[in-house]
Design a protein around this ligand. Structure first.
Ligand code: ATP
Ligand code: MG
Length: 573
C-alpha cells in the first residue's frame, strides 16, 4: 500500500561545481578523445557511509551526465583489515545509491602481478631499492616538516642486489617487517610523501582474493594511481587529504611511462552530530554501542537504509551541498530535510497510536464496524484511498487526552468535542481510573451525523486526532531514534572528554504495544509510511508476521524547512 519507491531513478538536477567544470573543459579541448571515465575506489575495510555517498554521486553522476563510464574498484591492498563481508555490503550499497558499473567491477588485487612487474621495472631504472630499515628506523629517518629526511644506508645498493633481494622478499625468505621496497625519490623533498616512500612491505597474510599467493603487498600509494591508469580513468576524483599524494602518483606514472589520469581533489563530507570514520564506526560495532553496521543510528548506507532514508533523498542532499576545495561541515538537519521532503511526497499516510489510551464510545452499537474512507497521501492524487475500520472501542494517543487541560490545549478532555480523523466527532463524557489514579479508559459519545469527520451544521472543533480500532489493531514494537552523539562535533574534546563520552545514552527508545491500523498487516521489510502526526516509519528487517517491528525514520518537525521558508520570505521582501 505504500507508493513503490524507485530506487534507481536518475539523480536530481545537475548542479554546477568545479569538478564538473574541469570535466566540461576537458571534453571541449578533446583531452583523452573527449572520454569521461570515473570510478569509486573503496577499501573493503568497513561499510560505506554518507561520505561515500557523496563520492558515489559525484563520480557516477559525472559519468552518467557525460555519457562516460564508471568503475567500481576495491582498493584491497591491506589483507589484515579487509573482509569479504565488506566487499558484499559495498556492492549492495553502491547499487542502492544508483551507481552502475555495468561489467566493470575490479580489484586492485587483480593487478598485483602487473604492479610487481612495474616494481621490477623501477628497480631496473634505478628508481627503487630494497631497504633493511625496520618500521621504527624508517620513521626516525623520515625527517619532519621542518627537517629533511636522512638517506637510507641501503639507498645505493646495486640494481642486481635489489633485484635479487626483491625476488627473495616475494619468495617468502624474510620475516614480516624486516625489509621494504622503497622508491628512490628525494629525502629532502618538502613533501614528506616524496621521501623515498615504501612501495612494498612483507606481510605473510592471506588475502581475501589472492589467498596465500603473495607475502609482499603493495602500499596504497604505489597502487592507487597505477590502477586508475590501467583502467583508463580520465578523472581520478578523491578527497582533499590526497592532494599531497598527487606528486607521488604522478612520479610513478611518469617513471613508468603509462597513461596519466588527472587527479582532482574535493572536500570530504562532514555532518553535525555524525561520525564519518570507518575506524570509529568499527569501534562502535565492536563495543556493542550499536547493533551492527546497519543499526539504524549508524551513518552507514546500510544503517540509513534500514532507518528508512531513500537513495533519492541522499542524491538530492549531495546535489544541494555540492563540492568544494575546502573542508567544511554540513548540518544533519539539511539531510533530514531532504529525507522528509522525499517521504512526504511519496509514502502513504496511515494511522498508528504509539502510546495507546482506550476510548469507549458508549452510544455506538456494540458489534458494529464501519469502513471509513481515508486518503492515502494528500500530496499525491494518484495514491488513492483506503478503508479503515471504525468500531466502539478505539485507541488514541495518551497525549491526546488531558483530564485537566492546560490553557491552549484543544485535544480531548472531559466535556470537549474533537474530530476523529476520517471517523466521527466525539465528546468525552467520563473517565475510568486505576488504583494509582491514572486514567486508563475514556468514555465518549459520538454524533452519528458527523460520519467521515464532517460537520453538516458547520460547527467547528479545534482539534483532529488519529485513532485505531481496538479489535482490528495490529500490535507493534516501535524503535525511536535520536542522534547517536550529543555534541554537534562528535570529536569534541573541549571538556577533556574522549569521543566515546559524547555518545548519546538515550539514542534508542523501544516502545512495545503500539497499535497500528490493520492495513499495515501486509507491510514488508523496508516499506515506508507516514504515521499521521507522529513521524515517518518503516518496517524493520526484524519484523515477522507474529511481531511487527517499525523504525521511526524521523519525526515530522522539520526545522530546516522553517529556516528555508524564513530565508526565502526575507529574500522576497
Ligand atoms: P574513512 O576515513 O571513513 O575510513 P576512507 O577515505 O578511508 O574513509 P575509502 O574506502 O578509502 O575510505 O574511500 C573510498 C572513496 O570515498 C575515496 O575516494 C574517498 O576519498 C571517498 N570518501 C571517503 N570518505 C569520504 C567523505 N567523508 N566524503 C566524501 N568522500 C569520501
Ligand atoms: Mg582510505
Amino acid at each position: 500500500m505504500t507508493m513503490p519507491i524507485d530506487e534507481t531513478a536518475a539523480g536530481p538536477a545537475r548542479q554546477s561545481n568545479f569538478v564538473r567544470d574541469i570535466v566540461i573543459a576537458d571534453i571541449a579541448s578533446g583531452k583523452n578523445g573527449g572520454r569521461v571515465h570515473t570510478r569509486f575506489p573503496p577499501e573493503p575495510n568497513g561499510y560505506l557511509h554518507l561520505g561515500h555517498a557523496k563520492s558515489i554521486c559525484l563520480n557516477f553522476g559525472l559519468a552518467q551526465e557525460f555519457n562516460g563510464k564508471f568503475n567500481l574498484r576495491f582498493d584491497d591492498t591491506n589483507p589484515t583489515k579487509e573482509e569479504v563481508e565488506y566487499v558484499d555490503s559495498i556492492i549492495e550499497d553502491v547499487h542502492w545509491m544508483g551507481g552502475d558499473w555495468e561489467d566493470r567491477l575490479f580489484y586492485a588485487s587483480d593487478y598485483f602481478d602487473q604492479l610487481y612487474l612495474w616494481a621490477v621495472q623501477l628497480i631496473q631504472a634505478g628508481k627503487a631499492y630494497v631497504c633493511d630499515l625496520n618500521a621504527e628506523q624508517l620513521r626516525e629517518t623520515r625527517g619532519s616538516l621542518t627537517e629533511p629526511g636522512k638517506e637510507s644506508p641501503y639507498r645505493n645498493r646495486s640494481i642486481a642486489e635489489n633485484l635479487d633481494l626483491f625476488e627473495r622478499m616475494k619468495a617468502g625468505e624474510f620475516p614480516d617487517g624486516s625489509r621494504t621496497l622503497r622508491s628512490k625519490v628525494d629525502m629532502a623533498s618538502a613533501n614528506l610523501n616524496m621521501r623515498d616512500p615504501v612501495m612494498y612491505r612483507i606481510l605473510h597474510a592471506d588475502h581475501h582474493r589472492t589467498g596465500s599467493k603473495w607475502c609482499i603487498y603493495p602500499m596504497y600509494d604505489y597502487t592507487h594511481g597505477q590502477c586508475d591508469s590501467i583502467e583508463g580513468i580520465t578523472h581520478s576524483i578523491c578527497t582533499l587529504e590526497f592532494e599531497d599524494h598527487r606528486p607521488l602518483y604522478d612520479w610513478y606514472i611518469q617513471s613508468l611511462g603509462i597513461f596519466a589520469p588527472q587527479q582532482i581533489e574535493f572536500d570530504r563530507l562532514n555532518l553535525t552530530y555524525t561520525l564519518l570514520s570507518k575506524r570509529k564506526l568499527l569501534k562502535l560495532v565492536q563495543d556493542g554501542v550499536v547493533d551492527g553496521w546497519d543499526d539504524p543510528r549508524m551513518p552507514t548506507l546500510s544503517g540509513v537504509r534500514r532507518r528508512g532514508f531513500t537513495p533519492e533523498a541522499l542524491r538530492t542532499f549531495c546535489s544541494r551541498i555540492g563540492v568544494s576545495k575546502t573542508n567544511g561541515i554540513n548540518e544533519l538537519g539539511l539531510l533530514e530535510h531532504a529525507v522528509r521532503e522525499d517521504l512526504n511526497k511519496r509514502v502513504a499516510r496511515v494511522m498508528a497510536v504509539l502510546r495507546p489510551l482506550k476510548v469507549v464510545i458508549d452510544n455506538y452499537p456494540d458489534e458494529q464496524v464501519e469502513m471509513m474512507e481515508a486518503v492515502n497521501n494528500p500530496e499525491d492524487a494518484t495514491a488513492g484511498t483506503r478503508q479503515v475500520p471504525f468500531s466502539k472501542v478505539l485507541y488514541i494517543e495518551q497525549d491526546d487526552f488531558r483530564e485537566d487541560p492546560p490553557k491552549n490545549y484543544y485535544r480531548l478532555s472531559p466535556g470537549r468535542e474533537v474530530r476523529l480523523r476520517y471517523g466521527y466527532l466525539v465528546t468525552c463524557t467520563s473517565v475510568v481510573k486505576n488504583e494509582a489514579g491514572e486514567v486508563v479508559e475514556v468514555h465518549c459519545t459520538y454524533d452519528p451525523a458527523t460520519r467521515g469527520g464532517n460537520t453538516p451544521d458547520g460547527r467547528k472543533v479545534k482539534s483532529t486526532i488519529h485513532w485505531v480500532s481496538a479489535r482490528h489493531a495490529i500490535e507493534a514494537e516501535l524503535r525511536l531514534y535520536e542522534n547517536l552523539f550529543l555534541t554537534e562535533d562528535p570529536n569534541d574534546s573541549s571538556r577533556g572528554q574522549d569521543w566515546t563520552e559524547n555518545i548519546n545514552p538515550k539514542s534508542l527508545e523501544v516502545l512495545q504495544g503500539a497499535k497500528l491500523e490493520p492495513s499495515l498487516g501486509s507491510a514488508k521489510a523496508g516499506d515506508k509510511f507516514q504515521f499521521e502526526r507522529m513521524g515517518y516509519f518503516c518496517v524493520d528487517r526484524d519484523s515477522t508476521p507474529e511481531r511487527a517491528v517499525f523504525n521511526r525514520t524521523l519525526g515530522l518537525r522539520d526545522t530546516w524547512a522553517k529556516i528555508e521558508k524564513n530565508q526565502s520570505g526575507k529574500a522576497a521582501k
